[in-house]
Ligand binder design. Structure first.
Ligand SMILES: Nc1ncnc2c1ncn2[C@@H]1O[C@H](COP(=O)(O)OP(=O)(O)OP(=O)(O)O)[C@@H](O)[C@H]1O
Ligand SMILES: [Mg+2]
Length: 141
């Protein structure tokens, strides 16, 4: 477990860029934290380290699924915040993204589908501590 206080957006990006090396192919990464706590910023930091070759929104129906293409796999960033239905069908949708077992899934507002999440996952918790400060806890075990 890593716990770090970042004091700027840049520091959060940097922490995420360093965290990338601990994320293996096939990982499910869950981002937890209130509005503006830095979840999307953290995802951007991961992408900055990940050698991304292309980007697309999955489809007009699935605008909350964004694909960052790499050479041999993709990182899917899934943002559950604005989704109304969080159910097993949605989890099946996510499982399809895992058909390539190398794909990495990053779920923002993961608490909204807690009951479907695999036990083996990386939890990242972000907490607002002040206008520019965030406590970031990375549970990777
Ligand atoms: N230490 C910090 N780490 C990350 N972001 C910070 C920090 N300090 C200030 N910020 C600001 O906080 C905001 C974080 O926004 P971000 O979109 O990453 O949050 P979020 O958790 O994804 O929010 P939402 O739940 O609305 O999607 C940005 O405007 C960023 O500039
Ligand atoms: Mg966000």
């Amino acid at each position: 477990m890593i716990s770090k206080l970042t004091n700027s957006e840049g520091e959060t990006l940097e922490l995420a860029m360093k965290t990338w090396k601990d994320i293996q192919d096939g990982a499910v990464v869950c981002l937890y934290g209130d509005l503006g706590s830095g979840k999307t910023t953290f995802m951007k930091g991961l992408a900055q380290s990940a050698d991304i070759q292309g980007f697309r929104v999955k489809s007009p129906t699935y605008t909350y699924i964004r694909e960052y293409k790499r050479k041999e796999n993709s990182i899917f960033h899934i943002d559950l915040y604005r989704l109304e239905e969080i159910d097993e069908l949605l989890w099946r949708e996510i499982e399809e993204l895992m058909e390539n077992p190398k794909n990495i899934i990053v779920i923002e507002w993961a608490e909204r589908m807690e009951q479907y999440l695999p036990i083996k996952r990386i939890n990242i918790r972000l907490e607002y501590k002040g206008p520019d400060s965030r406590q970031i806890i990375i549970e990777n075990d």
